[in-house]
Ligand binder design. Structure first.
Ligand SMILES: [Zn+2]
Ligand SMILES: [Zn+2]
Length: 453
């Protein structure tokens, strides 16, 4: 078995791993690398989409593989064409799925049911790059290339068996994979993004147990926080937010990631405990409405009496927005003159202008993210702090990472106990040497290594 990492090496995200067995080749994730894109582009300077893939290829932001891309991009590289029998998506974060809409129509994309729902919401509420959908609807002449799975399923492609297993992460529907090559007798584990301190630790424990049982020999393990130790967990975030809201006389404002449903849940519980309502924006309402169809997720309903939807003033609404506004079962707050002490108002970076209409009084601002780690993130943060200062908001930060800290990573790897470890999705993969006594492979991006014989 050959492995070529095209992303997710010496960087957090941009995951893209090509596995080539004797007769079969598959990809694990095909994400956008914000680190590499950020070197050349940001803000108003963006890769051109009018020139096909030229810009992305120029700066080596996507791999040069014949047969990988959709016909309309008309790409030709030196060497033979490769047949890739499937791309497996671990979860619906852009650093894992961001480039799947560039893939050839012939390559099936496998993802969890929930990831499909999330990406459907993403493409209905914002325009994907190149205007190409992530989930292509089937037509009479062209069936959809999306295949979905759930935990318990196995996917057989020639000599390869892929077993997806749910894990806990900061987005629902996250998976790890176990890849078995029957011809070579090789068992490979791929963690995706993982933690043990969210609302569903048991999901990750399932992965560890199955990986152990299947005898994973080589483990590709994420190491976002391999150099970090912390003990904040999602339960603590909910308790801290709730206690702090109790002391807030006026509006509680929450800046949390739209698709982090665990965090949404924490604010929802905090609202309920304090007899407040969580006031979400139209985008989150759209997502909640779609996810509601999945009873396994057990997400509070968009029609729940403790959830209301804020209608920001606009001269025209998109059709998807209008559909939510017209839904008689959803409680819409159409006036910025609501009783502030009765609400937690979800307001992320992009909706700060809502504060001009609302004019928050005696308000607390809950910043529910980690500290900024990029230059542009720091600039956004400083700008946000100016809004906090201007509106005299009481600033609080409560957050738990989407990724396991060092001690948990050590426990997971030691429990699975592979013969070989390949750290991925990390700025400091070599730090694994300090925490586990298992031989490491530190591959470089774009270079092929051989696994097994
Ligand atoms: Zn990631
Ligand atoms: Zn992720």
């Amino acid at each position: 078995m050959k492995l070529t990492p095209y992303g997710g090496i010496d960087e957090i995200g941009g995951n893209c791993f090509l596995f080539e067995a004797k007769d079969t080749s598959i990809l694990f994730d095909f994400g956008r690398s914000f680190k590499r894109e950020g070197i050349y582009y940001d803000g108003y300077l963006l890769p051109r989409t009018s020139q096909g893939l030229t810009d992305l290829l120029e700066f080596d932001m996507i791999p040069k593989i014949n047969g990988l891309y959709a016909q309309e991009f008309n790409t030709h590289f030196p060497g033979d064409s490769k047949t890739i029998q499937g791309c497996f998506l671990s979860h619906a974060h852009m650093d894992h799925y961001g480039n799947i809409n560039l893939l050839s129509e012939d390559i099936p994309v496998y993802m969890g049911e929930t990831a499909k729902t999330i990406l459907t919401s993403v493409q209905q509420t914002s325009r994907p790059r190149f205007g190409r959908p992530y989930i292509r609807p089937p037509t009479d002449t062209n069936p959809s290339n999306i295949r979905t799975f759930r935990t318990g399923d196995t996917i057989q492609i020639s000599e390869l068996t892929i077993t997806p297993i749910h894990v806990d992460h900061s987005i629902p529907g996250a998976y790890a994979f176990i890849l078995e090559d029957r011809k070579e007798g090789l068992v490979i584990g791929y963690s995706g993004d993982v933690r043990l301190h969210g609302w569903r630790k048991d999901l990750t424990t399932d992965f560890i147990q199955i990986a152990k049982k299947k005898g994973v020999q080589i483990l590709l393990m994420e190491g976002t926080n391999v150099d970090e130790d912390f003990d904040q967990n999602e339960h603590q975030v909910q308790r801290d937010v709730s206690e702090s809201i109790e002391k807030t006389d006026g509006l509680a404002i929450a800046n949390y990631t739209l698709r982090d449903i665990d965090r949404f849940r924490s604010f929802y519980y905090a609202a309920k405990e304090n007899s407040r309502k969580l006031l979400v924006n139209l985008k989150q309402a759209h997502l909640l409405k779609l996810l509601q169809g999945d009873i396994n997720l057990d997400i509070p309903s968009i029609t729940d009496p403790n959830i209301e939807v804020y209608q920001r003033p606009k001269s025209r609404y998109y059709r998807w927005e209008q559909e939510i506004l017209d839904n008689p079962e959803i409680h819409i707050v159409a006036n910025s003159d609501f009783k502030q002490e009765e609400y937690i108002f979800h307001c992320d970076f992009w909706n700060l202008t809502d504060l001009i209409d609302i004019q928050p009084q005696n308000a607390t601002y809950f910043y529910s993210h980690g500290d900024p780690f990029s230059e542009s993130g720091l600039i956004d943060y400083k700008r946000m702090m100016e809004w906090v200062k201007f509106f005299k908001l009481d600033f609080r930060q409560f957050h738990a990472s989407g990724h396991a800290p060092r001690d948990d990573l050590k426990d997971i790897v030691e429990e699975i106990s592979p013969e070989m470890l390949i750290p991925i999705h990390s700025e400091s993969p070599e730090k694994y040497k300090e925490i586990v006594d298992i031989p490491l492979i530190l591959p470089t991006r774009g270079h092929t290594i051989t696994l097994g014989q």
